[in-house]
Design a protein around this ligand. Structure first.
Ligand SMILES: [Cu+2]
Length: 211
């Protein structure tokens, strides 16, 4: 079952990548499809030094509007596999973190820069409709250091969300925000904060804090 899932992702990665795929990526994908672990390892070792460039190219493709939506997940899957291997070879985790951050970005709307009202930005968790439910609105905002974000739950159900550790610049945790409730957090430290709802895992958001 798991193997089928990986195979499906790979087909997606390959189908969307003809235009860009490097020789290494093509060989590596074939080895993955053939489930040839020895060849996979050999290719990774031989191309150790190239892995950051390969990963960055896959991230670029994953985020590109020219990449069909169905193919994006495959790009990030492959990027993560290579970045994990790079971490095992070198001990450097930054590449893997970059994959996770940009793969998160791929789930979000384009960033917006709202004006704070008395230092506070409001993000709504709106009432579910037939087409849209369990979302943060807006889901991707850029704010200034020292500003506060207030999440207001106008939905009929509770949401619980937290910043994702390791890839976020700091941590916050809303606990349970019931229908009609709110949670606020003042961002003192610049950087990217990626967060998601524990109940609805596709309910994701990001706050970028600038100096
Ligand atoms: Cu939720």
């Amino acid at each position: 079952m798991k193997r089928f899932g990986i195979a499906a992702l790979l087909i997606l990665a390959v189908s969307g990548s003809q235009a860009f795929a490097s020789e290494f990526t093509e060989k590596y994908e074939s080895a993955l499809e053939a489930n040839d672990m020895i060849l996979q390892q050999q290719l990774l070792e031989e191309n150790k030094a190239k892995l950051p460039d390969e990963v960055n190219a896959l991230i670029k493709e994953g985020l590109s509007p020219d990449t069909p939506k169905e193919a994006r997940q495959g790009k990030f899957f492959l990027a993560e596999t290579l970045a994990r291997a790079y971490k095992d070879f070198t001990g450097d985790v930054e590449l893997l973190k970059a994959v996770k951050k940009r793969s998160f970005d791929a789930q979000l709307s384009a960033p917006v820069r709202p004006t704070a009202v008395n230092g506070v930005h409001t993000i709504e968790m709106p009432t579910a409709t037939d087409s849209v439910k369990n979302v943060f609105k807006p889901d991707n905002i850029v704010i200034k250091k020292g500003e506060t974000v207030k999440w207001v739950n106008t939905d009929a159900v509770a949401h619980i969300f937290s910043a994702m550790p390791v890839i976020s610049a700091g941590s916050f945790s809303s606990k349970s925000v019931p229908a009609g409730g709110a949670f606020e957090y003042k961002f003192e430290k610049p950087g990217e904060y990626f967060y998601l709802c524990f109940i609805h895992h596709a309910m994701v958001g990001k706050v970028t804090v600038e100096e």
